[in-house]
Design a protein. Structure first.
Length: 272
């Protein structure tokens, strides 16, 4: 036996082993092949690349069973996209409504037209003045169209312009959440004030005991009448007492002026 015979036998054994491995690989299913995570297709990619007779561009029987082509994952994905679209549309609608409400509120707070006051004896009448409240709280006044330029005195003898009570009465709707009504009412009729809303303002910043003491001091100082103090105290006395402060109860200037403006608005409506 020569060297060529040995080489021929070695090649034959190698071919036999390779044939066996190829046979095993041919019988191995694709699902049993371990694919690295970074190369694994998504559900949508697997559906796109999977052979199907009813898909465009792939030859096959057009009358194939439709039950085999339904992919629950694809249906869920489309459903999720529609839900996101509906959520985005709802948010957009809510933003539009909120913008409309803020616009109406700003219009009610920023522009107020003073009504002409009745003239006394031999004096000249007061002119219509438009007051505009800026973003920084500054107030600018200008005469309304058609009003005389030289009549700038109000009934109280002060130059044309809103007083503190008028200013805080116009802004009371934004200060107190209990006064927020519809935009149409705020623009046409203004906010309505009742004793419960005034009591709510005090109870928001004072305890029940301090609110009663504050109302007593306001009644003694003449800010409110005894009848008004009795009505407000009847409501506040039913609230939780809370802890009394060490000294005399007090509020900051903004709350105090808001309280005074609400009292004036309540009187204008007719105090019972």
């Amino acid at each position: 036996m020569g060297m060529l015979d040995k080489f021929r036998n070695a090649v034959g054994d190698a071919d036999q082993g390779m044939s066996n491995r190829l046979d095993k690989a041919a019988k191995l299913s694709v699902e049993h092949v371990d694919i690295p995570t970074e190369f694994r297709p998504t559900d949508l990619e697997a559906w796109l690349f999977a052979p199907s007779g009813t898909r465009v561009g792939v030859l096959g029987d057009p009358q194939a069973s439709q039950g085999q082509d339904k992919i629950p994952e694809l249906v869920d994905m489309v459903k999720d996209r529609f839900e996101r679209l509906e959520t985005a549309m709802d948010l957009m609608e809510a933003n539009i409504k909120m913008t409309a409400q803020q616009t109406a509120k700003i219009a009610a707070e920023s522009v107020t037209v003073s009504a002409p006051a009745p003239s006394d004896g031999g004096g000249g009448g007061s002119a219509d003045v438009i007051h505009t409240v800026g973003d920084d709280g500054s107030v600018t006044s200008r005469p309304a169209e058609g009003s005389p330029q030289d009549s700038q005195a109000t009934a109280g003898g002060l130059p044309g312009g809103p007083g503190l009570l008028d200013l805080y009465e116009a802004q009371s709707l934004a200060v107190n959440p209990f006064l927020k009504g519809s935009e149409e009412d705020a623009l046409m009729h203004g906010p309505s004030v009742d004793p419960t809303k005034i009591a709510a303002l005090l109870l928001d910043h004072l305890s029940g005991t301090d609110a009663l003491i504050f109302l007593g001091a306001a009644s003694k100082s003449g800010v409110i009448t005894p009848t008004e103090g009795k009505t407000l105290s009847a409501i506040v006395s039913l609230a939780e007492p809370g802890e009394a402060s060490e000294g005399a109860p007090s509020v900051n200037n903004r709350i105090l002026l808001t309280f005074a403006a609400l009292i004036e608005a309540w009187r204008a409506q007719g105090t019972p």
